[in-house]
Design a protein around this ligand. Structure first.
Ligand code: FES
Ligand code: FE2
Length: 469
């Protein structure tokens, strides 16, 4: 371990050192300090060093198609407005009135000509400019500098294939580089199904858990046979689908990863060898119809549109698991859904579910997709109700001083597997059920917390491994 550096971030009373950060996760042993789920000082450090620094998903192009369309989102604790301005350009600004800091709009989405604060009536344009101030002449004596008090914009805003991301840090790398191959494959899994449109509304609910437990769980294919047994009993999914022992893990820079089932090169070969007519037909099928074909082609894994190999690469196309774009954007691959796990204090996470449907779906395909999406995750989903219980209990138990004496065990597959680099340059671990992605998540989480700046993070981040893992 290198030099111990004091990180003067949280408060003078609660300075955290790089040695503290190093102690929270032992990657060599796969042991995790449970304090990281409940400690307010660690939470404050995450807000500053991860959430105020990373790129965050805001919304999709189709959430704000017209001038004046707006959509509320969050960057960590900061509420932000995504809006399409009069020039047709998407903007993201803080949802905070610059006068006395009131929240500007409470509607979660809609269409407007301007934003008017409910406190004293300051009025802001779609481009964030301060348009009108009650009492400009009689009270402010015409001395208020309106340009100075425009809404605060995010440092950077970019879109990848229609998915808008923003960051508060001007030193963040371009979005394309931030996502890297693994993050881009995550989004490509959505866009490869054709032009998408967002389904109205976002399902939101609060689970009394630490956000990291919810993120860790999306990589976890160990729990499904136990936690989700009820879903299997009612016939919602088959056991073989829920815990396939043919797993693939891809790790990306900054903590992105994909973990879960994969199909072998031989199985992919079957898809590659389809004739043109079969490939063309495959691309017109809905997700569920394609899944029904799967036993013949890939032994129960849903098969992808034929052109996805060109987009995702020869290794990426075989990774059927769950991608997470660090820190907290899960792309659900069994349906076209995205989930944000937004921290609301160390002991609370607000879970958002965005659902999408390809524009080319007919009414029956759309109905089937919607049914599957609303019954899987979200507050009414069979899976997340089961998961949420475990996450909340694990968080609550971590508050106990005696419980904190025993670390969490993240040792599955440690030192047993190999990250293989394909001739294409793509790399993946192909193995059984494992905890490689969880360990990667916490290693990178430590990198973020230790780094004083983006430059520092880029210089000192853990490289994506090759060879034994
Ligand atoms: S706080 Fe918004 S107008 Fe005063
Ligand atoms: Fe689960």
């Amino acid at each position: 371990m290198g030099q111990v550096v004091i990180i003067p971030v949280v408060s003078e009373a609660a300075a955290i050192s790089s040695a503290d950060v190093a102690g929270w996760f032992d990657a060599e042993q796969g042991l995790l300090d449970k304090k990281i789920f409940v400690d307010p000082a660690i939470y404050a450090l995450e807000q500053q060093r991860i959430f105020a620094r990373a790129w965050h998903f805001m919304c999709h192009d189709s959430h704000v198609p017209n001038t004046g369309d707006f959509f509320l989102s969050y960057i960590g604790a900061d509420s932000v407005i995504v809006v399409r301005d009069e020039q047709g350009v998407v903007q993201v600004m803080l949802n905070v009135c610059t006068h006395r800091g009131n929240i500007l709009t409470r509607a979660e989405m809609g269409n407007t000509h301007s934003f008017q604060c409910t406190y004293h009536g300051w009025n802001f344009g779609l481009d964030g400019k301060l348009n009108a101030v009650p009492g400009t002449e009689p009270f402010y004596r015409c001395k208020l500098d309106r340009e100075r008090w425009a809404l605060q914009k995010v440092a950077k805003l970019e879109s990848y294939k229609g998915f808008y991301f923003a960051t508060l840090d001007p030193d963040a790398p371009p979005l394309h580089d931030y996502l890297g191959e693994v993050g881009r494959i995550g989004i490509d899994q959505m866009t490869a199904h054709g032009e998408l449109e967002a389904v109205d509304g976002v399902q939101k609910n609060i689970i009394e858990c630490n956000w990291k437990i919810a993120v860790d769980n999306l990589y976890d294919w160990y729990h499904v046979n136990v936690t989700h047994r009820s879903a299997m009993r009612v016939g919602f999914v088959a056991a073989s689908v829920m815990q396939p022992n043919q797993q693939m893990v891809m790790l990306g820079e900054y903590g992105h990863a994909i973990s879960g089932p994969g199909i072998s090169q031989e199985q992919q070969q079957v898809i590659d060898e389809l004739d043109d007519a079969e490939r063309a037909r495959l691309d017109t099928l809905s997700f569920a119809e394609r899944a029904a074909l799967a036993p013949r082609l890939t032994e129960r894994r849903p098969i992808r549109p034929a052109h996805m190999k060109e987009v995702m690469g020869p290794v990426g196309v075989r990774a059927m698991g769950h991608p997470n774009i660090f820190p907290n954007l899960w792309i659900s691959t069994r349906a076209l859904q995205l989930s944000l796990r937004i921290p609301r204090g160390p002991l609370k996470t607000e879970v958002w579910w965005f659902s999408f449907v390809p524009k080319h779906y007919n009414a029956a395909q759309r109905r089937m997709a919607m049914k599957f999406m609303s019954h899987s995750f979200g507050p009414a989903g069979l899976f997340e109700q089961d998961d949420g219980e475990n996450w909340a209990h694990a968080t609550r138990a971590a508050l106990g001083p005696a419980s904190q004496r025993t670390p969490q065990n993240l040792q599955m597959g440690l030192g047993e597997d190999e990250m293989v680099v394909d001739p294409s340059g793509q790399r993946a671990i192909e193995t059984k059920v494992n905890e490689h992605a969880q360990r990667w998540h916490y290693r990178c989480w430590q990198d973020w917390l230790r780094a004083a700046s983006w430059q520092d993070l880029q210089r000192n981040k853990t490289p994506v491994p090759a060879g034994k893992v």
